[in-house]
Design a protein around this ligand. Structure first.
Ligand code: ADP
Length: 187
């Protein structure tokens, strides 16, 4: 790193997983818990960013890399401003997530793998995207015709055996265990 880093009190909770895995659902619960505890938190949702900052990007490998680079850099700016940033983005490539991680001080990047099997995410098909991908109406869809590289050592791994509430609780525990926020308001 050549540029100065000033994270102040900010840190990152970075959700990765297949479409429909439950990233946004769990992220919203973590956001609410942090906000209720008085933490200045922003939830940066990949789908939301797609409508603005990333609207010129598609889903090719190159565009996915660029999408994650932009999200990472926006996150860095927000964290430098002292915010806690929650990112929920498929972020399918290990290299892209490593790029993001390397922008932050060690211990201030919490990677959460929402490890929902493809069959489960596809059966939920909350946005109808799996069906569109299977019918050939949507190309380069993660898990169907574009790869998902699971994290090897995420700080937190969430499986479908937990309810979204329990998953959020485990993530808050991981935040507390790292001393990233004072524990009293979150108890
Ligand atoms: P993503 O952000 O990963 O695309 P979403 O959070 O938008 O996923 O959608 C996941 C869907 O799965 C939601 O409708 C959520 O209510 C549902 N769901 C069912 N069980 C779980 C669970 N254990 N954890 C997270 N989400 C779950």
């Amino acid at each position: 790193m050549t540029q100065p880093r000033d994270d102040r009190h900010g840190f990152v909770v970075w959700f990765t997983g297949l479409s429909g895995a439950g990233k946004s659902t769990i992220a919203a619960l973590v956001e609410a818990r942090l906000r209720d505890a008085g933490v200045l938190v922003y939830n940066l949702d990949g789908d939301d960013v797609r409508r603005g900052l990333n609207r010129d990007l598609a889903y090719t490998d190159a565009d996915r890399v660029e999408s994650i680079r932009r999200i990472s850099e926006v996150t860095r700016l927000m964290v430098n401003a002292g915010l806690v940033v929650i990112v929920a983005a498929i972020s399918p490539f290990r290299e892209g997530r490593q790029y993001a991680r390397d922008l932050f001080h060690p211990g201030t990047f919490i990677e959460v793998h929402v490890d929902t099997p493809l069959e489960v995410a596809e059966a939920r098909d909350t946005k109808g995207l799996y069906r569109a991908a299977r019918e050939g109406r949507l190309a380069n869809f993660t898990g169907i015709d574009s790869p998902y590289e699971a994290p090897l050592e995420p700080e937190v791994r969430v499986t479908i055996s937990s309810t979204p509430d329990d998953a959020a609780g485990a993530i808050v525990e991981a935040i507390l265990a790292r001393g990233l926020v004072a524990d009293t308001p979150l108890q």
